[in-house]
Design a binder for this molecule. Structure first.
Ligand SMILES: Nc1ncnc2c1ncn2[C@@H]1O[C@H](COP(=O)(O)OP(=O)(O)OP(=O)(O)O)[C@@H](O)[C@H]1O
Length: 617
């Protein structure tokens, strides 16, 4: 293949999927899937049935890659090794131990699940190019392990693997296996789409944005990274189990690094962030490869692996023309005539008997909610925060102002647990929070927005906002995949929709967040923070990029929140906005507090006027 592994890593890193917001099974896709399941009933030649079997097997692995790489942002070249673990487990147990092939599936899942947990615990912490390099390392290790173990038949492998049996019916023929393989594929597709349209699905989708934003929503990024790694391995293992009982023999060759790269190509060509892309990519590349293997030798008059050359060139051209893969290109045209996906629609009205997500009780107005005491933060030799001390009371709006580089964002990061303090104490609602991680702090009731917006641009406004509701639900991946979470999901989406309307973005609820103006994206972040049910809201430059009318609406919203008992600490450079809104101001310069008081007094404070070099008129 002419594209290198590095090209692929760069491509995946640089092209976020454009339309992954909608994972719902469209009618056309379902019709095609049912039609595909009916193929063995038709007089289709055996060659195409075999090809269909391999498309199904590859698509299951590529689906795992959609979850792991396309949605979770973790690139892996090593999925073929997990296919091998599933295949060898069942082949060994059914030949050497005479166990039923059906038991080989859970056995393979146990082996692959354990291996993925151990390998994932070490590798998913790696970032950048180190992660794919690590996947290459363990893919090679497992390949050579398969080929060198005596009891697995070394590189000759294991033969005489029995076929699957259904009652007295042997599923030994390719036609019978076709039905089993495509039923497994259909189940994987449905379960994965259910998972992605859910609370854990949103957590998985947030992983591609790094740690800071998801953790500020209470999402345990390490746990979810490991989860997607294990789930992708289990899907690969399922494919391996099917392969072993279709092929009836197993050897190391199909589980090497080359196949790992091909799986990734299938997912990328189909559309790495799209579940249906996995099927499309697997089908396209498998058919193309098999056709080229037939056509090229007769055209060129000699045998050889010419198809790989053509294959590589075609893939490079395709990726240059449609970098996000083929599925989004097709879906873009198809979805223009479709209505929004009900899976991500909030209920239009509150259904009867619908219990809302419970809200946290607000503290007594005037009681101290946040206390920052002698807090210091050093970055090497730079003292970014120097013995800062201030308090925020319940139902109070405090402006934290100061010239550029004064340390305001660093102060936010210390309060929200993104950065550890060097010394001093931060207390929230009476308990110490310095030393707690970001997830525990948001759990206690501190919501935040960011100076540079952290959104998932291709997800709708509603779905982005619903990420903030993560801690207000409990559904796990199994409940979500089986749709046992629907009641909770409806409640969370309802809550998110309420916040979207409350901040005035109701009309763009289903618009991809990336299509909004920057000012609206900041407002979206406020809605997301409100979903965490905060007692204290930290807003980093919320008015930046807003027009006058929008600023007035924002000020009105913040006053309404204050009336409900919420405290707001805001960093803002727009002096008119902050002077008109804040009850008190804390002014910083070079990491120190230089003034604190009522806006009218601060405007006359000489130290403040000097800090701003010419005043804050
Ligand atoms: N992670 C970091 N490593 C090293 N220095 C940092 C880090 N984060 C912030 N700083 C430094 O700390 C100081 C305070 O930065 P900070 O971003 O908190 O200021 P700010 O008041 O928010 O500025 P602005 O209004 O421009 O956003 C700056 O000198 C900045 O360069």
């Amino acid at each position: 293949m002419s594209a290198t592994k590095e090209d692929l890593v760069d491509l995946i890193a640089s092209t976020p999927p454009r339309r992954t917001a909608r994972f719902g099974p469209g009618r056309l896709q379902l019709v095609l899937l049912v039609a595909a399941l009916a193929v063995p009933l038709l007089p289709v030649p055996g060659f195409w049935i075999t090809l269909g079997n391999y498309i199904g097997l590859y698509a299951i692995v590529a689906l795992g890659l959609v979850l792991l790489t396309g949605v979770g942002g973790l690139t892996s070249f090593g999925q073929a090794a997990f296919v091998g673990l599933g295949a060898y487990s069942s082949a060994y147990l059914s030949t050497a131990a005479g166990m039923s092939p059906w038991l080989g599936l859970p056995a393979g899942w146990v082996v692959s699940g354990l291996a993925a947990t151990v390998i994932g615990a070490v590798t998913v912490r790696l970032s950048g190019h180190y992660l794919p390099l690590a996947t290459i390392a363990w893919a090679l290790s497992l390949y050579y392990l398969f080929g060198n173990l005596e009891f697995l038949g070394k590189f000759d492998g294991l033969s005489g693997v029995p076929p699957l049996q259904f009652g007295s019916q042997e599923l030994g023929s390719p036609r019978a296996m076709y039905v089993v393989i495509w039923l497994c594929l259909a189940a994987c597709l449905v379960l994965l789409m259910n998972l992605l349209n859910s609370r854990p699905g949103r957590a998985i989708r947030s992983l591609s944005k790094g740690r800071t934003m998801p953790e500020a929503m209470g999402i345990d990024t390490a746990k979810y990274k490991l989860l997607v790694f294990v789930l992708a391995a289990l899907m690969a293992s399922l494919s391996g189990w099917l392969y072993a009982h279709l092929q009836r023999s197993v050897s190391a060759t199909p589980f090497g690094l080359n196949m790992g790269i091909e799986y990734l190509f299938m997912a990328v060509v189909g559309g790495i962030g799209h579940v249906w892309g996995a099927l499309l990519g697997a089908a396209l590349l498998t058919i193309l490869k098999s056709q080229l293997q037939h056509v090229l030798p007769s055209l060129l008059g000699s045998n050889g692996n010419y198809e790989m050359l053509v294959f590589g060139v075609l893939i490079v051209v395709l990726l240059q023309r449609a970098r996000q893969g083929l599925w989004p290109w097709i879906a873009d045209r198809w979805t223009r005539v479709q209505t929004p996906d009900p899976a991500v629609m909030p209920p239009a009205a509150t259904p009867a008997g619908f219990s809302k997500v419970p809200r946290r009780a607000k503290p007594e107005p005037g009681s101290v909610i946040l206390s920052v005491d002698q807090v210091r933060k050093q970055f090497g030799g730079l003292v970014a925060i120097n013995d800062m001390k201030f308090e925020v009371h319940a139902a109070e709006i405090i402006g934290l102002i100061g010239p550029n580089g004064a340390g305001k964002s660093t102060m936010f990061n210390l309060i929200t647990g993104v950065l550890p303090v060097s010394s001093g104490e931060i207390r929230f609602a009476g308990g110490r929070i310095d030393g707690l991680d970001a997830r525990r702090i948001v759990q206690r009731g501190v919501g935040r927005t960011f100076q540079h917006v952290h959104l998932i641009p291709h997800l709708s406004v509603l779905e982005n906002v619903a990420m903030g509701a993560h801690l207000r639900g409990t559904a796990g991946p199994i409940a979500a995949a089986l749709r046992f979470d629907r009641e909770e999901e409806a409640r969370l989406l309802h809550l998110a929709a309420e916040q979207v309307r409350r901040v005035g973005l109701g009309e763009v609820m289903h618009t991809p967040a990336g299509n909004l103006a920057l000012g609206q994206q900041r407002i979206l972040e406020i809605a997301r923070a409100l979903c965490t049910d905060p007692v204290l809201l930290l807003l980093d430059e919320p008015a930046a990029g807003l027009r006058l009318q929008e600023k007035n609406a924002l000020a009105e919203l913040l006053r309404a929140l204050q009336r409900e008992g919420m405290a707001v600490l805001l960093v803002e450079h727009d002096m008119d906005f902050v002077m008109g809104l804040a009850d008190r101001l804390v002014v910083m310069e070079f990491g120190r507090k230089i003034a604190e008081g009522l806006p009218a007094d601060i405007q006359r404070d000489e130290a403040v006027l000097a800090a701003y070099l010419g005043g804050i008129e």
